[in-house]
Design a protein around this ligand. Structure first.
Ligand code: PLP
Length: 424
């Protein structure tokens, strides 16, 4: 086997890392193995993972049930194109998603990343109106603090406070950015906005319950009910981006369930395959699907990623759904929420801390500001924890299988690092 020097040093100079100024970014950590909630580094160190690989590894790393399903699928058929051909895993997965999603969210379009699934939802919504003879409706209402991806169309509906999307402004379609309707006043402000823009709007796009990458901000289920009412009143499609919240993260299988609201389109990814393989799904109600049902080929949805409905990824997703079937994961989320709340409580009142909050298996410590993210990230690694603060928040979104001791280890690391930071 190659040792660290061989692949690390010789490969690193050819790699372009995500969200990194390559000149000044700290050296990335070389991981050689994962298991459960652990990352094993090439120098023998072991880290407790607080964020489960961008919130994907919901059953912990290397779950044997998923591994065996992918291995079996690899033996018979790793991949076959989805144009003109279908196969068992994606069809089974589509049926199962339709069964567990609320309402008649029943038509599944597979893609291979969250951003692309959002773009597909946007195309579905715009063409829904086009097919209905209302071609002027191509804008979306989206929200302050929202994040929906890094591609051009998804950047345009995200709210980057740092202004990083300004560079691409000339390529970004303009949309209507609003405040979430958290009370009667903001609901009526949003209603006025919708009234003004009604003719150009296709739909409303929101991350239900938690705005994730924009700062792990939580909102009340009532916000989603207000949005449903407004969407119905102004005849707009309601689109939920459950890429972060889906599959138990907030305590329900899908965040929309806690509000009792069914969107017209929902996007899923991240934990869909239990963190094993890339896969995303855009799921529409029959109302949306029916608008494409026509003898006219021009009314079809023209989209088809090469690797859509990949058999290995769909096998992983089916196996992941098996692991949710007995309800145990959701019970675990409840315990994790309790442990997070207990463990993070001591951060309240520490210098620079402005808020501590927990929802489902998400724990957040918000700071006035974080001037040096890299120093903070390094400090966590030195304590044996992999935690990556974003913006001004330190957060935990671990595997839903994490035990009490590991949660205490992670929350302890946050408390200790913040105390040391305050002392310096
Ligand atoms: N939507 C939400 C809510 C997300 O959290 C993310 C990723 O963090 C995306 C969309 C984009 O997904 P991907 O990175 O797979 O393109």
């Amino acid at each position: 086997m190659l040792d660290k020097r061989d692949w690390y040093a010789t490969g690193l100079e050819h790699i372009w890392l995500p969200y990194a100024q390559m000149k000044t970014a700290p050296s990335p950590l070389p991981v050689v193995r994962t298991e459960g909630t652990r990352l094993y580094l090439s120098d023998g160190r072991e880290l407790v993972d607080g964020i489960a690989s961008w919130w994907t590894a919901c059953h912990g790393y290397n779950h044997s049930h998923i591994r065996e399903a992918v291995q079996r699928q690899l033996e018979t058929m790793p991949h076959v194109m989805f144009g003109g051909l279908v196969h068992e895993q994606p069809l089974t997965l589509a049926r199962r998603l339709a069964e567990i999603l609320p309402g008649d969210l029943s038509r599944v379009f597979f893609t291979d990343s969250g951003s692309v699934s959002v773009e597909v939802a946007m195309k579905m919504a715009i063409q829904y109106w086009l097919n209905a003879g209302q071609g002027a409706r191509s804008q979306f209402v989206c929200f302050r603090g929202g994040y929906h991806g890094d591609t051009l169309a998804t950047m345009a509906i995200s709210d980057f406070e740092t202004g990083i999307h300004q560079k691409f402004a000339s390529l970004l379609h303009s949309h209507v950015i609003a405040a979430l309707p958290e009370d009667d006043a903001t609901e009526s402000a949003l209603a006025s906005l919708l009234e003004r823009h009604a003719e150009s709007l296709a739909g409303i796009v929101v991350e239900p319950s938690v705005q994730a990458a924009g700062g792990m901000r939580f909102h009340d289920p009532e916000v989603l009910r207000r949005l449903r009412r407004l969407a119905d009143r102004f005849d707009l499609l309601l689109i939920f981006d459950e890429i972060f919240t889906g599959f138990g993260r907030t305590g329900a299988m899908f965040a929309c369930e806690s509000a009792g609201v069914t969107p017209d389109i929902v996007m899923l990814s991240k934990a869909l395959t239990g963190g094993t393989l890339p896969l995303a799904a855009t799921v529409a109600t029959s109302r949306i699907f029916d608008a494409f049902w026509s003898d006219d080929p021009m009314q079809a949805l023209m989209h088809g990623p090469t690797y859509m409905a990949n058999a290995l990824a769909c096998a992983a997703a089916n196996a992941s759904l098996d692991l949710f079937a007995d309800g145990e994961r959701l019970a675990q989320v409840e315990s994790i929420g309790r442990w997070l709340a207990e463990g993070l409580a001591s951060c309240r009142g520490l210098s620079g801390v402005t808020d501590v909050r927990v929802r489902g298996a998400i724990g957040v410590v918000e700071l006035e500001r974080i001037d040096d993210l890299n120093t903070l990230r390094r400090a966590f690694v030195e304590k044996g924890a992999f935690i990556r603060p974003i913006g001004n928040v330190i957060y935990l979104a671990p595997a839903l299988t994490i035990g009490e001791e590991d949660v205490a280890f992670l929350t302890g690391a946050i408390g200790n690092v913040l105390k040391e930071r305050a002392a310096n």
